[in-house]
Design a protein. Structure first.
Length: 274
């Protein structure tokens, strides 16, 4: 889907609703367009339009319900296609969540993920972790309420486990197979992935590549995670595109380990029959 400002202008709607979004949000949107590259920012400007006028026009556009929804859909589609780097992903999530606070609301699983990401980012910011990079946020329902448990990188070789539900944070040094405990282990304990960034996927894929899928104790959790990756188009190529880092193909690795596991009993059977 292409963002077409000419189409928006042609609708001729210029009134700003009383609960309109401010120019700061419009500037954030312009920054987003500029950050994605590919000439999106220039394409979003009308012929001869200055940056200041573009900001004012976008402020009017996002305050019109029909145009706001079309604009939001543009960015939701972008997130699915591009899997952007962390800073831009957080910025898009925040802007879309703010826009969705006004009716009519877009209700779909993708918006739910962005809302969870924003709420947990706000919690970390309030706990002095403004510079933390969220890896994942897990959710578990208990007694009719959702409990969240997350993990974020904070500084060199440091991580923070956090739980907004319990208003708790715990810092620790990144060590051996910590993802096994804070991701795969919790998945086995009934948690589900509520949100996960590409930095989080990079970390999980690197750990599984380093130790081998078969060497991770929480194998059911690993299987659940890999299924999540398949359903959400997370691949070695997608991780490299978003982070710039190459990782091994875990799906091929899992298949090879599966074949190897099936082959070993066959060899043992032949050996014992001699």
């Amino acid at each position: 889907m292409k963002y077409e400002p000419e189409k928006f202008e042609a609708l001729g709607i210029h009134e700003v609703r009383e609960l309109g979004m401010g120019k700061d949000l419009s500037r954030d949107i312009c920054n987003m367009l500029n950050a994605v590259g590919g000439g999106e920012w220039n394409a979003a400007r009308l012929p001869g339009e200055s940056e200041a006028h573009a900001v004012e026009r976008m402020c009017r556009e996002i305050n019109n319900p029909e145009k706001k929804q079309e604009f939001m859909q543009f960015w939701l589609d972008y997130l699915k296609r591009k899997q952007p780097e962390y800073g831009l992903e957080i910025q898009i999530a925040r802007v879309l969540t703010e826009l969705n606070s006004l009716p009519p609301k877009i209700q779909n699983p993708q918006m739910d993920v962005l809302k969870v990401l924003c709420e947990n980012k706000e919690f970390l910011d309030s706990q002095k972790y403004q510079g933390a990079i969220i890896y994942h946020i897990l959710k578990k329902e208990a007694h009719g309420e959702d409990t969240y448990q997350g993990l974020a990188e904070y500084g060199q070789d440091r991580a923070v486990s956090f739980s907004p539900s319990a208003h708790k944070t715990v810092e620790f040094n990144i060590g051996y197979a910590y993802t096994d405990k804070y991701l795969f282990g919790l998945l086995e304990d009934g948690y589900k992935i509520a949100a996960m960034t590409m930095d989080g996927h990079l970390d999980a894929w690197e750990e599984l590549s380093r130790w081998g899928i078969g060497a991770i104790p929480h194998k059911i959790g690993v299987a659940d995670y890999l299924e999540y990756c398949k359903e959400n188009n997370i691949s070695a190529a997608a991780i490299k595109a978003a982070t710039g880092w190459e990782v091994l193909d875990l799906f091929k690795m899992a298949e090879l380990e599966k074949q190897d596991s099936a082959y070993k009993p066959h060899l043992e059977s032949r050996h014992n029959s001699r």
